[in-house]
Design a protein around this ligand. Structure first.
Ligand code: ATP
Length: 356
């Protein structure tokens, strides 16, 4: 059981800040995902925790001990690198034993711990193979065993699923999460894939330009993004800008949306999740209801994505469930009723087109 406590961490390269005043905690057994676009500082933050990047300022504590200036092998962290960084000329056993050797553990004690670590990742029979004799998924498990063999206080993962094909990603991700939970490991996990983060993390930390912009559970962030940037990053596809009227509506190009606008400044963007935009007769009775033209339909099997063109020229996409016996006919060019509940309309600050 361990916890990680980061305070005001700063990593500057010249006058550029890769990590800019980050404070972050991760509790015992917690899996925290660092999520954000390329270049936002995720890897730099992770490597700072491991000790591979000397920080400019701030503090990193593991189990209440200040490790900010300690060498990597004195911190008791276990790290899985994006490309696994296995030694090609060493067997699986020797790769896994490397971290122990660095800590001066050898002989029978090392052999026992290597065998246990390989069992944990179901590679007990593969100790004598070389990395090139393993599949991508098996190599990833060797990298996980190598990180776990030292009984780390903090488990650090840098995009550990990105080299796996789409089919493997989900099952390996779930295995990794099960292992993390069963061992009670405090874990920080870097990804730029929001689906991966939603699937695995207890808490998501969204970064932008070296700073944390929002953190919370997957549900909290998806349901209540604090800004357009976060909404957009977590897969909201409908964003329309408008003006808040004194009566409490958001007025877009030609449509008024009833929503919770109390105390909102006038200029806002509206986000509306496609699954909350209802099509057909059921939409007519909703507090927000309007007629729109179907501009395109993308059939995706269980559902279709239907893009609507609103009277003022704005576009909204709806997710429509395809059910056997559904009497609603969708045809490109037709007018259709559409609507949503006021609480499905979220008004956010537009931090995508303004400076941040
Ligand atoms: N050694 C370095 N010297 C100068 N700039 C660096 C150095 N290492 C990283 N950076 C810069 O710091 C910023 C953050 O990089 P980092 O690798 O942490 O981003 P990231 O969020 O992990 O991105 P990605 O998802 O693409 O891996 C980038 O703009 C990068 O160019």
């Amino acid at each position: 059981m361990a916890d990680l406590n980061i305070r005001n961490l700063q990593k500057d390269y010249g006058d550029f800040s890769a990590v800019d005043g980050v404070s972050l905690t991760a509790g015992a057994s917690e899996l925290v995902a660092l999520l954000g676009p390329s270049g936002c500082g995720k890897t730099t933050l992770l490597r700072s925790i491991a000790g591979f990047v000397p920080v400019t300022a701030g503090q990193i504590e593991i189990n209440g001990k200040d490790v900010t200036r300690l060498a990597p092998n004195k911190r008791n962290t276990g790290m899985v690198f994006q490309n696994y960084a296995l030694f090609p000329h060493l067997t699986v056993e020797k790769n896994v034993g490397f971290g122990l050797e660095m800590r001066g553990i050898s002989g029978a004690e090392a052999d026992k711990r290597i065998a246990e670590a390989l069992e944990l990742v179901s590679l007990g029979a593969y100790g004598h193979r070389y990395p090139k004799e393993l599949s991508g998924g098996q190599q990833q498990r060797v990298a996980v065993a190598r990180a776990l063999v030292v009984n780390p206080d903090v488990f650090l993962l840098d995009e550990p699923l990105s080299n796996l094909d789409a089919k493997l990603r989900q099952s390996v991700g779930m295995q990794l999460r099960d292992l993390q939970k069963s061992l009670g490991l405090t874990t920080v996990f870097v990804t730029h894939d929001q689906k991966e983060a939603l699937m695995m993390a207890d808490r998501l930390v969204i970064m932008r330009a070296g700073k944390i912009v929002q953190e919370g559970s997957a549900e909290e962030l998806y349901d209540a993004p604090a800004s357009y940037f976060v909404a957009d990053f977590l897969g909201h596809s409908n964003v329309v800008s408008g003006k808040v009227t004194p009566e409490g509506f958001l007025s877009t190009g030609g449509t008024m949306f009833r929503c919770d606008s109390a105390g909102m400044p006038a200029d806002r963007v509206m986000t509306l999740r496609p699954e909350n935009l209802i099509l057909g007769p059921a939409a007519v009775a909703l507090p927000n209801s309007f007629e729109a033209r179907i501009q395109s339909i993308t059939y995706l099997g269980a559902q279709s994505e239907v893009t609507l063109s609103l009277p003022g020229g704005d576009q909204l996409t709806a997710t429509h469930q395809n059910r056997t016996g559904d009497s609603l006919t969708l045809r490109v060019g037709d007018m259709i009723s559409a609507g949503c509940l006021p609480e499905a309309v979220r008004l956010l600050v537009d931090d995508m087109t303004t400076a941040h």
